[in-house]
Each structure stands twice: as structure tokens, then as C-alpha cells.
Design a protein around this ligand. Sequence first.
Ligand code: 8OZ
Length: 367
Amino acid sequence: MTRLFEPTTAGQLSLANRVVMAPLTRNRAPNAVPTPLMATYYQQRASAGLLITEATAISHQGQGYADVPGLYAPEQVEGWKRVTAAVHTAGGKIVTQLWHVGRVSHTELQPNGGAPVAPSAIAARTKTVLIKDGVPTFVETSAPRALDAAELPGIVEDYRKAALAAIEAGFDGVEIHAANGYLIDEFLKTGSNHRTDAYGGGIENRARLLLEVVQAVTDAIGAARTGIRLSPVTPANDVVDADPQPLFTCVVRELARFDLAYVHFIEGATGGPREIPDRPFDYAALRATYRAAGGRAAWMVNNGYDLALAQKALDDGADLVAFGKSYIANPDLVARLQQGGPFNQPDKATFYGGGEKGYTDYPALTA
Ligand code: 8OZ
């Protein structure tokens, strides 16, 4: 028997089971406004214990891809209200993922065509998506400019306002996106942060922005409905740290001061291998450090999980398991895991952009 399908709590969130729909970028929100089709998509997946929305920009500056949603304008809040209402009608719980892309952007997506912002003026060797003649097209990201320290309070304020907007939109909480080479992760890691001020250099300095954001968001909406996502060793978006184990040891010790709902870890390479040969990482030691420091948040694991691996993770002390690609293709993933399958296979060609195809047309078992 497995605890995967038993009810649990994460902070103030009461969850029907321990299966989580991971955040998944789908690029189906023209002008950054959530659509009725997105409400259908999330509602179809509401039997998950918790849904985490696709990454959602906290500001225009935080935008880095075509047709990803935002949470900084009234029409975006109105669009999200339809999504949260649809999920709640179906008995589900949903949090939104607060996102500032940092340097992973393009001048075409930035206010007044300006340069994307980053801790340091170091370009990411990575791509983003623009719509060219109606077709989603991968392009190199633009060279970023280094943020002035005087700009950082404004960015922290954007997180705070987006968290409040999330509650107004009916979300059960928020997840702070501090993973995958976006702004907060860029500050954390040595490869992208060459600053010499209070936000660069030693670990405490590189973690400063993350902790300021956590403080602001938890002050605004309460720690019991705030989660955070971290990816200690992912090579995603060309961000690496020279020594991630002590970095994240410090981060989770600091996070233990907040009574967060959950902490969410991408193990290994995002959407890729769980083990990276030249970058070993001890997640069990990290959890032990967090618990020893008094951290009580639910421990959420992610990356390449199937039923057997999920059960093992729960046996080993995880509390929640997030499923990504399998949730794209299986709206009723909980029922399918319970029955041992069968599972629809996800179609990569329709991951990013488009309409219903490869989005809301994956069949449920009862269909
Ligand atoms: C895939 C494509 C675009 C963005 C992430 C928000 O990796 C993303 C993302 C993933 O966290």
C-alpha cells in the first residue's frame, strides 16, 4: 500500500493526496492573459492533491517567453479567477508559480525593448521563444545588463504585489520560482553572480535576494500558503554553482526560519537525468539539515518520477511528489497511477504554444 493517495497537509493547504502537478510552461496565454482554455486544462487535472500553475511573470520585466501568463495586470487577475474557480469547482487545490526570468529573456519581450536584467552582465547561452509570423520560434536570449542594487527593492515589491494578486485571483497559495536559472537562481549561483556588493560574493550575500523575496511574500500572504522551488544542480539556462552543497545547506537552514507550506526540489537536470555524473548532490543530507534546523514544511520532490520511484521517495521521507511530463499527457494521472496505467505518452511537438491539440485533448480513462 502507498501513502501517495492518502490525504495530507502542506502548511494551511489540505490536499486530497500527495500527487502534485508540477509547474509546466505551455505558452498558451496571448498577451500574458490566462484564457478559458487554460481553465479547462487545469480543471481536467484537478484530482491531483495540488496543482502548481505554469511559471507566471510577476512583472513585464519578469517576462522571458512569448505567450506565458502574468499576474501584474487586472485582466490577468480576471483570467486567473476563471482558472481557480474551475479547479475549485472540481474539488482541487491550486497555487501559482511566481516568476522573474532575469536574464532569460529577449529585448522584444522587455518594457521599451530594453535589455533583460541579471545579477551580472553575463549572457546565458540558452534560448527563449518568440512568435515569428504566428509561429513559436526559438531564439538566443539577449545580453543582459547588471541590476543596480537600488533596483532590487522594486523587484521584491513586484513579488509581494504578485502574491497579493494571486490571493485576489483565488489561488490557494503561491510557489516562489527560485530554480532553473531564472533571476533568484542567477543570484544564488557563482556562474551568473559576479557582484561585489551585498548581493554577491559569499553564500549569505548570494542568498540575500531569495530571502528578501521569501520575507516579503510570507509577510504579505502568510508562510503557510507559500512554497518555494529550488534546483541545486540543474544545468538549465546555463546557471551553475561551483559548490552547490554548502550553498543549499545555507539556503534550507535560512528557509527553516519560515513556516513555509512546502519546499520543492528538482533533483538533477530539469526534465532530464536525475543523476549528473560530475555534479553529485546529497538531497537526503539537505533534508536532514532542514529538519534539524526546525523546518517543518512538506518536502516535495520532482523529476522523472513514476509510481515505484514515488513510493520509494515517500518511504525515504519525502511528503509530496510532483509529476511533470506525465501530467501533460494524463489529466487523470492519479487514477492511472492507482490502477497501474495505462499512460498516454506526451507529444513534445505541442508542449509550447498552440491550442487544444496536445493540451486539453489527452483522453481520460473514462472517456
Ligand atoms: C520550459 C520552457 C520555458 C520555461 C522552467 C519556466 O524551466 C520554465 C520553462 C520551462 O522553470
